[in-house]
Design a protein around this ligand. Structure first.
Ligand SMILES: [Zn+2]
Length: 277
């Protein structure tokens, strides 16, 4: 792990430039976790508009260690969720020995420093993944907030390297409005709650916000989980008592008729297809 007084920190960057204040904030969190300090670190230096930075990679081992050593369930959950958001937003996966965007940094500090920093980031993701069972148990016992539960599922998916599912769940984080793409005609398919709430979700040709009067196409819910990910999500949502996604999953894994071209389509692959990385 990069020592907090290493001069490399001054050469790392966050969304607004230099990351030289990051070691100070990490040190404060190590002494005593504070939500205010963590929010400043996360928002000012580590994450902005689904993008992560060199400072994010360097800070991750500290956050993972904090998550693994704290006895405070709320702190562990907070770190698990936010590190999961970071990992879900990492778009340079499987790039060895380090992400291509670090070339300039490598020229300045040497490629072995970059390689080491990248290895330690990957290791910290393994550590966070090892907390999954604990966090799921804590959330099942203590949380009543479906949005928070959804973010735990997003982090879990990211740590399992199921990046597409993590990003899909994060993009549609309100939890009841999805946009898929028809594989036959490439038109968007709006997956929204039925206006009478008789069934959780139906398919629409136009955005129902702008087109309230349009034909709703029924979705035939799945009766078995044919996709590994929907199976895992069904198991997880049941375990942690999450209600919203749980009710929607059979429909997201179901079949419908494309409102534009009338082709029969499977919703889940159509939903994930716009997130292929
Ligand atoms: Zn179509």
């Amino acid at each position: 792990m990069l020592s907090l007084d290493h001069d490399l920190w001054a050469k790392l960057s966050g969304p607004y430039g230099s990351a030289e204040d990051v070691p100070h904030l990490l040190q404060q969190l190590q002494q005593q976790f504070s939500q205010e300090v963590f929010d400043e670190l996360f928002q000012e230096y580590l994450f902005h508009q689904n993008t992560i930075y060199t400072a994010t990679y360097a800070a991750m081992p500290f956050l993972a260690r904090l998550a693994c050593t704290t006895s405070d369930t709320a702190v562990r959950k907070e770190l698990f969720i936010n590190c999961g958001i970071i990992e879900a937003s990492r778009d340079e996966q499987h790039q060895m020995p380090y992400p291509p965007s670090w070339t300039e940094l490598a020229d300045e500090v040497g490629s072995s420093v970059c390689t080491q920093m990248y290895i330690e980031y990957i290791k910290s993701i393994d550590q966070l993944r090892s907390l999954t069972e604990q966090v799921l148990t804590d959330v099942a016992e203590l949380s009543t907030d479906d949005t928070e539960k959804r973010y735990v599922l997003i982090a879990d998916a990211a740590f399992r390297e199921s990046y597409i599912v993590a990003n899909m769940l994060m993009t549609f984080s309100d939890g009841d409005e999805y946009v898929a793409e028809c594989p036959a005609c490439a038109n968007e398919v709006y997956i929204w709650p039925d206006e009478h709430h008789a069934v959780p979700l139906k398919a629409y040709e136009q955005d129902p916000v702008f087109q309230p009067d349009q034909e709703a196409h029924a979705i035939i819910p799945a009766s078995v989980w044919t996709d590994e990910e929907t199976g895992i999500l069904a198991e997880r949502t049941a375990r942690i008592g999450e209600q919203t996604l749980s009710a929607h999953l059979p429909y997201l894994a179901g079949k419908t008729t494309c409102p534009s071209c009338r082709e029969k389509i499977a919703v889940w692959p159509a939903l994930l297809s716009t997130f292929i990385m």
